[in-house]
Design a protein around this ligand. Structure first.
Ligand SMILES: Nc1ncnc2c1ncn2[C@@H]1O[C@H](COP(=O)(O)OP(=O)(O)OP(=O)(O)O)[C@@H](O)[C@H]1O
Ligand SMILES: [Mg+2]
Length: 368
């Protein structure tokens, strides 16, 4: 794919930004050309309303980041949209076609695929076998297979060829016949992304593509995600790494406690008080500069420690945590964001990363 650029930005990115330029920066904002539209989507787990989305639209041809603290409902929302879980309520459509009740393989077949926060590569199959499985149901039914074996064979050849092309693109061709289980965490993420592309999707949904990825591979993963847009695909990705969001997202949607809290371009969203609240709790009266000063002076950390101390919650061997007030029940303690390690050199909006840092670190351990 030629990398056409205009003033440093690719033509595709320029186009995506232009399409989003006049979109109001508010939750549920209407887009000029949405590929995905969801209305009143709810998912309840016992007493917990994990997803409660009134309205959301995803602009075609853009890279949209879905961010929010641990337990915000991002993965559950992905599961509902792609048919891996059942909503209690709601409707959503892809290219104007209702997807409610559509099973995952059919959702993928009509052009909407997703990857998983915890990779789902089948470890006892080889890399190429995993890729071929990604094409399952692409075309051809058993009837046609029986009637026209030659047709079927040519389809098999096409699938293998496409798989090998993708493996080359993702630099996994040397691993073609290795078991997926022998790949590193980062390579598994690459395999999952490559496998998702086997159905030639229009919308690619990535759940924490960078989590557990060795830093040596992150740059290449970033480029692959950007490349999806260059090839005309729409990307919706969940990510806790705010640098990545800033770097590649054209638009950001923020979830908290199951709801869409904010939308807008990355810089605007990350300095939005509602967003900082969702990650950090009640510090909404302060300007970012004040918050930054406090972090540099360690005042916020002290305040948090004091709060925890008052509650008698700070065990000697535990780092004090600044778990957001908004963190829903069910989020485990080891996923709680910490602010005590705040680096004075960081800008305040980076504090939002605190929520995800703990989780990503955890994934890192598992992924390598
Ligand atoms: N199968 C389930 N049964 C019960 N509760 C669940 C289930 N799946 C998710 N939850 C709860 O729903 C809430 C939303 O979880 P979800 O995994 O969607 O959050 P998330 O935004 O993806 O978080 P993270 O950033 O940690 O991945 C959490 O409180 C979680 O504990
Ligand atoms: Mg998740």
């Amino acid at each position: 794919m030629p990398d056409d650029t205009m003033g440093g930005l690719s033509v595709r990115r320029e186009r995506a930004l232009a399409a989003l330029a006049d979109v109001p920066r508010e939750p549920g904002a209407k887009k000029a050309d949405p590929i995905l539209v969801a209305d009143d989507v709810k998912r309840q787990f016992g007493g917990l309303l994990a997803v409660d989305v009134d309205h959301v639209e995803i602009q075609r041809g853009s890279i949209t980041a879905l961010i929010g603290p641990n337990g915000a409902g991002k993965t559950t929302f992905f599961n509902l949209l792609t048919g891996f879980d059942r909503a209690n309520n709601g409707s959503w459509s892809f290219n104007g076609r209702s997807l409610h009740g559509t099973p995952p393989y059919r959702v993928a077949r009509i052009g909407m695929v997703r990857t998983f926060q915890l990779t789902k590569a089948l470890s006892k199959l080889t890399v190429i076998e995993n890729m071929r499985l990604g094409a399952t149901g692409q075309r051809g039914e058993s009837f046609w297979r029986a009637m026209f074996p030659a047709l079927w064979r040519s389809q098999e050849d096409d699938i293998t060829e496409r798989a090998e092309d993708l493996l080359r693109r993702f630099k996994l061709d040397t691993k073609r016949d290795d078991f997926a289980g022998s790949l590193s965490g980062g390579q598994r993420k690459l395999l999952e992304m490559a496998r998702a592309l086997m159905v030639q999707p229009e919308l690619v949904m990535l759940d924490e593509p960078m989590a557990g990825v060795n830093p040596a591979l992150t740059e290449s993963l970033l480029e692959h995600v950007k490349d999806l847009r260059e090839q005309g695909m729409t990307v919706l990705f969940v990510e806790h790494d705010m640098d990545m969001v800033r770097d590649i997202a054209d638009w950001v949607i923020v979830m908290g406690q199951g709801k869409i809290l904010a939308e807008g371009p990355p810089e605007a969203v990350m300095s939005d008080h509602k967003v900082i609240d969702a990650y950090l709790g009640a510090h909404h009266d302060q300007s970012l500069a004040e918050l930054e000063e406090q972090l540099e002076g360690g005042a916020l950390a002290e305040e948090v420690a004091a709060e925890l101390g008052q509650e008698g919650a700070a065990a000697d061997d535990e780092a004090p945590t600044a778990k957001a007030d908004t963190t829903p029940p069910g989020t485990t303690e080891d996923e709680a964001p910490t602010t005590t390690e705040g680096d004075g050199a960081q800008t305040a909006d980076v504090t939002a990363e605190a929520a995800g840092a703990a989780r990503n670190n955890g994934d890192d351990k598992g992924g390598r």
